[in-house]
Design a protein around this ligand. Structure first.
Ligand code: PGA
Length: 260
């Protein structure tokens, strides 16, 4: 599957700052490996300016929203529906990011409803899952993540889904699991998702230009969800560049081994 790099800007950048970022990006992106999917998840107010800029520059960049409300419409002050986000030009939507679970009390049951709403409106959900440090220390990492995935998907059968494995203790901390630990978790997730075919599993949590190559060398890691380091065009571009170089080297080596 095409490797995917997602910039999660969280609550950073106004519309004009987002546009300036994309213009700088456009000047350099020709250097990147074409078989890459690049997604930006800006704050909702930057979606329209970014959409206009992407279309004007004919850039192969797609947009993701950072959240949605599960209802199609209604008296929910401050919320946005899947249909609104679709019309604003989003292809994806982040669902269940650990900051939403922690600061806004989002539960797996609510996340399940959001995934259903996203699928019905034609948005591809990017489901974020991950264990806390305590759960990991208790040896519960795999079971916690499996439960998060199972409850969130429930009876939902979206035609396409992206899972971002983001250990809570790795987000914004500079700490990460090793690439082999991440790959093992990804295999575990894939096994529990056996009926789904169109699934991409990404890693997120303190991804940097220095550590991305190690992650992308693992065939079970199909991209990255990047927070802090994606706020700088230069750092995000380097992450994509280094990540793709590593993935291509890995693939060529695998073909070499197979044909030897
Ligand atoms: P980080 O954030 O890269 O700053 O750790 C990742 C995320 O929250 O998606």
């Amino acid at each position: 599957m095409t490797p995917c790099f997602i910039a999660n800007w969280k609550m950073y950048k106004t519309g004009s700052e987002a546009e300036a970022y994309l213009r700088t990006f456009a000047n350099q992106f020709a250097l990147l490996e074409p078989a890459t999917e690049i997604v930006i998840a800006p704050p909702a107010t930057a979606l329209a300016p970014l959409r206009a800029c992407i279309d004007a520059l004919a850039l192969p960049v797609t947009l993701a929203a950072q959240n949605l409300h599960a209802a199609p419409e209604g008296a929910y002050t401050g919320e946005l529906s899947a249909r609104m986000l679709r019309e604003a030009g989003c292809r994806y939507v982040l669902i269940g990011h650990s900051e939403r679970r922690t600061h806004f009390g989002e539960t797996d049951a609510q996340i399940c409803l959001k995934i259903k709403a996203a699928g019905e409106a034609g948005l591809i959900p990017i489901l974020c899952v991950g264990e806390t440090l305590r759960q990991r220390q208790m040896g519960e990492g795999e079971s916690v993540v499996q439960r998060q995935v199972e409850v969130a998907l429930g009876d939902n059968r979206p035609s396409e889904v992206v899972i971002a494995y983001e250990p809570v203790w790795a987000i914004g901390t500079g700490k990460t699991p090793s690439p082999t630990e991440v790959a093992a978790m990804h295999r575990h997730i894939r096994t529990s998702l056996a009926p789904f075919h169109n699934v991409r599993i990404l890693y997120g949590g303190s991804v940097t230009p220095q550590n991305i190559a190690g992650f992308m060398q693992e065939c079970d890691i199909e991209g990255a969800l990047v927070g802090g380091q994606s706020l700088s065009v230069g750092l995000f571009m380097t992450i994509i560049e280094q990540g793709m170089k590593s993935k291509m080297t890995r693939r060529h080596a695998a073909i070499g081994v197979a044909s030897a």
